[in-house]
Design a protein around this ligand. Structure first.
Ligand SMILES: Cc1cc2nc3c(=O)[nH]c(=O)nc-3n(C[C@H](O)[C@H](O)[C@H](O)COP(=O)(O)OP(=O)(O)OC[C@H]3O[C@@H](n4cnc5c(N)ncnc54)[C@H](O)[C@@H]3O)c2cc1C
Length: 246
């Protein structure tokens, strides 16, 4: 998997803080911006997250490119509706000449050599079937129906910071499927480099510094016990489940 952050709104931390200040000040925007210190930006962004006042985060956009991911992943990704997507079309890729079908094999198969062979053979047979159908006169756009979820795809996609919070909460969770989880962590790492304050407290909610909670309320999750310990210590009632018993 190759994940790139292609573009982003310039100075995202500052822009979101400016938009937030706009809500609480009657001063002109340029005057507000001139007086925005780094401390003020940090304080404002923390305040917004704490109050769940999330609309100012919608002003910051982040455009990514993902290559070498499966259609199984991309199908999950595009379920996130507050986003824009451009995906490589299977209608226009020429699978008649590629030496092999590009596909993603789950790493778990590495410890099952027999299963790995079954997997690889099955994928290979779909390409043979595709080519046989096209040679028999079937349109490539129909022949491609035979391809598996494992087939490789490429996307360019854009989300704003608010939508990314939601994405990271769901997909950085230890229970998320391994491939989209890997993508989510790569994306989080990339946006933290350009917007460290916006994404300071982003990720799976059990890892939040303030008000951690389990979004699945799953007692069997390995993170759950450590979460319980931390939250009981803080004597908090946790949204999403774990209520402290006195
Ligand atoms: C662990 C896990 C398991 C899943 N399993 C399944 C599954 O078995 N089957 C399946 O179909 N999907 C499954 N999903 C996908 C899931 O249902 C969501 O479609 C996906 O995660 C996108 O989340 P979202 O709707 O919050 O994001 P977005 O589409 O980006 O929406 C963001 C937010 O906007 C609001 N919103 C967006 N659209 C609407 C709307 N039409 N009406 C009201 N509010 C809206 C909601 O508050 C939403 O949270 C799973 C997701 C996860 C994380």
């Amino acid at each position: 998997m190759t994940l790139l952050l292609l573009r982003h709104t310039p100075d995202p931390d500052r822009l979101v803080a400016l938009a937030a200040r706009r809500c609480y000040s009657s001063r002109a925007a340029d005057d507000i911006e001139e007086h925005l210190t780094q401390e003020e930006i940090e304080r404002l962004l923390g305040f917004l997250r704490q109050r769940n006042h999330l609309s100012p985060f919608e002003h910051a956009d982040f455009t990514f490119s993902a290559d070498g991911i499966s259609r199984a992943l991309s199908h999950q990704l595009v379920r996130h509706r507050i986003a824009s997507y451009s995906q490589e079309s299977q209608r226009y890729v020429n699978y008649m000449k590629t030496p092999a079908l590009p596909y993603i094999r789950p790493p778990s198969l590495a410890s099952h050599p027999e299963a790995q062979k079954i997997f690889d053979d099955a994928v290979h047979h779909t390409l043979e079937a595709y080519r046989a159908m096209v040679n028999a006169g079937v349109a490539p756009e129909d022949a491609r129906y035979i391809f598996p979820n494992a087939i490789e795809t490429k996307l360019v996609f854009t989300l704003n910071a608010r939508s990314l919070f939601n994405f990271f909460e769901q997909r950085c969770c230890i229970k998320a499927q391994w491939e989209i989880r890997q993508l989510a962590f790569d994306m989080l790492k990339a946006v933290r480099q350009v917007a460290p304050l916006i994404f300071k407290n982003a990720g799976a909610p059990c890892q939040f510094a303030e008000k951690p909670y389990c979004r699945e309320n799953d007692e069997k999750c390995p993170q759950y016990k450590s979460l319980q310990k931390r939250t009981n210590k803080n004597d908090q009632q946790i949204p999403g489940g774990i209520e402290k018993k006195s």
